[in-house]
Design a binder for this molecule. Structure first.
Ligand code: UD1
Length: 375
């Protein structure tokens, strides 16, 4: 029976992965610092599988991490600070946790005789920066990052969209495959790119099989609803649950690729169990884009509330306009197929949210971004 370590495993993706691993007969250890932003009570979350061996620890603590690594065969490296907006002003924290924490892990791996069989790192779609686009006249290209001003209210749709660098026409998003140039637009995205690249490089150098999974927008139960810096679906649910309108940046027509958390856990298992994944990067998404405004509308409808989304027509610095996945590689190489449709997933999310803890701290988080001139 293989022993699996999940750093950051008390978070929502890691906890679902733990369930699946345990159901398949693996022994799972979670190493997690129970960050108060995600776990306000500072306790092991009730949803964490009772068969998990839990170690409270931070990846920046070399010796604590080393003990955990040496006791296991394979590692899922999920520990990270994950807020795109917040990363733009908590630079030291994000670099420390995401880059230095990963450096600790790699340092341990190469300076011990204990042979780790596989490392799977949680990479992110955000490292692509702006997704590729197509101009009907000039063809497909990789857009530069948008240079928009914070604080400016603009209702004109064309202001927000990607334009062709040759003829200035408005362009259409096309899916990003794994060969797409990585051009991060936030500190968070830079740290995720460095995590992925350092892991693959060290893996290749020392013959430790490493896989990087570029997660797109993962949603599902156990996402920390009271964390105003978490992903947009959880933030919107929390707003609606507290009878407040979801606050929408830009004109709401920016798109993302939302994938159900248990589908992500299945992709993780495929990557763990197949040698075909070694030293490769894979997109983990659905390949289907949806606008942020549409997500807000569906969640409101499913919650049965009489609320309208509040569209701010303001830019949150560091955000990309469109990014969705080309998932042909993970389908072809690992046989991955997302199973839960967005509408079914959002229904389940709303059902779960009824009983979940949710204090609305969005306004203070927004004020923080405004004070830093990031919105
Ligand atoms: C998200 C995750 C990131 C992950 C990435 C993978 C967070 C905070 N970010 O980044 O960790 O690696 O997916 O794809 O979990 N928006 C609003 N109103 C809000 C919040 C967000 O309109 O209250 C908009 C944003 O401006 C953006 C979109 O929703 O256009 C998505 O934002 P967000 O959920 O923060 O996700 P990503 O930046 O895509």
């Amino acid at each position: 029976m293989k022993k699996i370590l999940i750093t950051g495993g008390a978070g929502f993706i890691g906890s679902h992965l733990s369930d699946l691993l345990i159901a398949k007969g693996y022994r799972v250890t979670v190493f997690d610092n129970l960050d108060p932003q995600v776990h306000p009570k500072g306790e092991i979350p009730g949803y964490l599988n009772k068969k998990v061996r839990f170690i409270k620890g931070n990846v920046v603590d070399y010796n604590a991490l080393k003990d955990a690594v040496l006791a296991n065969d394979c590692i899922f490296h999920f520990a990270a600070a994950v807020g795109v907006g917040q990363s733009q002003y908590q630079i030291s924290k994000y670099v420390n946790t995401n880059i230095c924490g990963t450096a600790n892990l790699l340092d341990i791996l190469v300076n011990t005789k204990h042979k780790i069989k596989k490392v799977i790192v949680a990479a992110s779609m955000s490292s692509y920066g702006e997704g590729p686009a197509r101009c009907n006249r000039c063809g497909i290209f990789k857009p530069e990052l948008r240079r928009l001003k914070e604080g400016k209210i603009v209702r004109r749709h064309s202001y927000w969209e990607i334009k062709c660098p040759v003829c200035s026409a408005i362009c259409f998003p096309v899916p990003a495959d794994e060969k797409t140039f990585l051009n991060p637009s936030s500190i968070y995205a830079i740290t995720k790119k460095v995590q992925e690249e350092t892991c693959i490089l060290v893996g290749r150098t020392y013959g430790i099989p490493v896989v990087s999974l570029r997660f797109f927008n993962v949603y599902g139960p156990r996402q920390s609803l009271s964390n105003p810096y978490t992903g947009v679906a959880a933030i919107f649910i929390n707003r609606i649950k507290n009878n407040n309108p979801p606050v929408i940046f830009e004109d709401g027509l920016q798109t993302r690729d939302f994938i159900w958390v248990q589908d992500v856990a299945k992709a993780c298992i495929l990557a763990l169990e197949s040698e075909k994944s070694d030293y490769e990067s894979f997109n983990v998404g659905t390949g289907k884009p949806i606008s942020i405004l549409e997500i807000a509308k569906i969640l409101i409808r499913l919650s049965g509330k009489d609320i309208n989304p509040h569209i701010t027509y303001r830019f949150r610095k560091g955000d990309v306009r469109h990014c969705f996945a080309d998932i042909s590689k993970i389908k072809r190489v690992l046989g991955f197929e997302p199973e839960i449709s967005l509408i079914d997933g959002l229904k389940r999310l709303v059902d779960w949210s009824v009983t979940a803890d949710a204090g609305d701290r969005f306004d203070s988080a927004l004020r923080e971004l405004q004070n830093k001139n990031l919105v």
